[in-house]
Design a binder for this molecule. Structure first.
Ligand SMILES: Cc1cc2nc3c(=O)[nH]c(=O)nc-3n(C[C@H](O)[C@H](O)[C@H](O)COP(=O)(O)OP(=O)(O)OC[C@H]3O[C@@H](n4cnc5c(N)ncnc54)[C@H](O)[C@@H]3O)c2cc1C
Length: 442
């Protein structure tokens, strides 16, 4: 492969596309508007605490993670992953109970069996669902008729208790949508991923993922230009040829930066955030509706254990917060030695505008209700992350209508979660596919 390729956006998708093109001998420049790469997967250090930019986790069984970050080896080792225990602790005022996967967590099997938030028949049904999804091949997901997660679970015969007490807060946390109106495709794929591997965070924070990708990109020869905002992408025929330029006829493209400078290139990979990718390419099938997330980060003196066995605490009673995560019990590196770090997630639009003190009070009240007799007055806010566009909205049917990488005119291809599904897996996989499509112009 010979020629010059330009990548717009240094999120996970852009980093993978750039690396793959450079490894195939293209000269690659990547422009990222922020001072650092990573896009939606970033981490900040505040007062010695490691705060991911919105609570998020890595699924160690995602195949694209193994391919792009794990070097096909053990992802957990490659990124020094601190794992959550499988399942979750279901919390409501006066009670906490464990629900886990008996195959992955035999020590919690008895507690799970005794959990009376969920009926015995639904526990058996969960195992049947696990078995059914385990048989499927990678290509069997995100295909065929779709439905909401709620409809899908009722079709499987699950009772209201199961859906309300467990799935709403647990998958609400994964899809950032507690109403369960998200596509069942996301449920099926992530449910299977959790029966195959762990969820966790790298000891150094989620930024370890883009940092590993950026190291690989630089090793392959990619020039990463951070702090460079791309204003427009124009193809050679744009404005003159009213129909799509076929492969081989393409005459290159011009990338214009915000400072007015231009860069001539043979092929462009647009790996910007979905609304920005739409602005740059005019491809109308790029989804622009986002789902928000608010994450509050809190601290207590070290030693305040939540006795969760490294599980996430789900709020079965209401959604403020949706879940509380004992971060430093799972990843001690996330907090200084004398402090504990806790994350709490809030879903929907309302928390975006709620003052930090109100969010913290909700977390304190929830903890005091779940741990009768304990007082959490010492709960202090470290920071509050308000993220209006965390994932693109994924209602049923959305995946069938997503753009193809080569939908734009001329030698321009799309990369980003919005060509697959909104996740780390989707973003990484899209980068690989986009590099193949862009290679056709080099
Ligand atoms: C709070 C939160 C929680 C999440 N939880 C999970 C989770 O637990 N598991 C999971 O798998 N996924 C999760 N996700 C989703 C996942 O992080 C994203 O799907 C994925 O990171 C998207 O990567 P991307 O490369 O497609 O896009 P992005 O990360 O959006 O990258 C696009 C990049 O393009 C840059 N850019 C935009 N416009 C321009 C321009 N004009 N010029 C130059 N650069 C530009 C942006 O700055 C950005 O760096 C979560 C996301 C958030 C925010």
């Amino acid at each position: 492969m010979h020629g010059d390729a330009t990548v717009v956006g240094g999120g996970l998708a852009g980093l993978v596309a750039a690396t793959r093109l450079a490894e195939a001998s293209a000269d690659v420049t990547l422009y990222e508007r922020r001072p650092e790469v990573g896009g939606r997967v970033r981490t900040e250090t505040v007062d010695g605490f490691t705060l991911d930019r919105g609570f998020q986790v890595l699924f160690t069984s995602y195949p694209a993670v193994a391919a792009e970050v794990g070097n096909e080896g053990d992802v957990g080792d490659a990124l020094d992953v601190r794992r959550f225990a499988p399942g979750a602790t279901i919390c409501r005022p006066g009670s906490r109970s464990v629900l886990s996967d008996p195959f992955r967590d035999p020590r919690a099997a008895v507690a799970s069996l005794r959990n009376d938030e969920i009926s015995f028949s639904d526990k058996l049904r969960t195992l049947a669902l696990r078995h059914d999804l385990a048989k499927r091949g990678e290509d069997d997901f995100f295909a065929g008729p779709d439905a909401s997660i709620r409809e899908y679970l009722y079709k499987w015969g699950f009772a209201d208790d199961y859906v309300t007490n467990f799935v709403e807060p647990f998958y609400g946390g994964i899809t950032l949508d507690r109403s369960l109106s998200t596509s069942k495709n996301v449920f099926e794929y992530t449910f299977r991923a959790m029966s195959r591997g762990a969820i966790g965070v790298p000891a150094a924070g989620m930024r370890a993922i883009p940092e590993a990708l950026a190291d690989r990109a630089r090793d392959a020869g990619v020039t990463i230009e951070a702090g460079e905002d791309v204003e427009s992408v124009r193809t050679a025929g744009q404005g003159r040829i009213p129909f799509r330029i076929g492969r081989g006829d393409a005459e290159g493209a011009t990338v214009e930066l915000a400072d007015g400078s231009t860069h001539e290139t043979d092929a462009v990979v647009v790996a910007a955030t979905p609304p920005e990718a739409r602005r740059l390419t005019d491809v109308e099938s790029i989804p622009t509706e986002g789902v928000p997330n608010v994450t509050g980060w809190y601290t207590l003196p070290a030693g305040e254990s939540f006795e969760t066995g490294e599980r996430i605490l789900l709020n079965a009673a209401d959604d403020s917060p949706n879940a509380v995560v004992p971060m430093s019990e799972v990843a001690p590196e996330y907090a200084p030695d004398d402090r504990a770090l806790i994350a709490a997630t809030f879903l929907g639009e309302t928390p975006l505008d709620r003052p930090a003190a109100g969010l913290r009070d909700d977390v304190r009240d929830a903890l005091e209700a779940w741990y009768p007799g304990r007082d959490f007055d010492g709960l202090e806010t470290v920071d509050t992350h308000r993220i209006p566009f965390a994932q693109f909205a994924q209602p049923p049917g959305v995946h069938a209508g997503l753009p193809e990488p080569d939908d734009p005119e001329g030698p321009v291809v799309l990369a980003g979660d919005y060509t697959e599904w909104s996740s780390i897996q989707g973003a990484l996989e899209s980068g690989r596919t986009a590099a193949e499509a862009a290679g056709g112009y080099l």
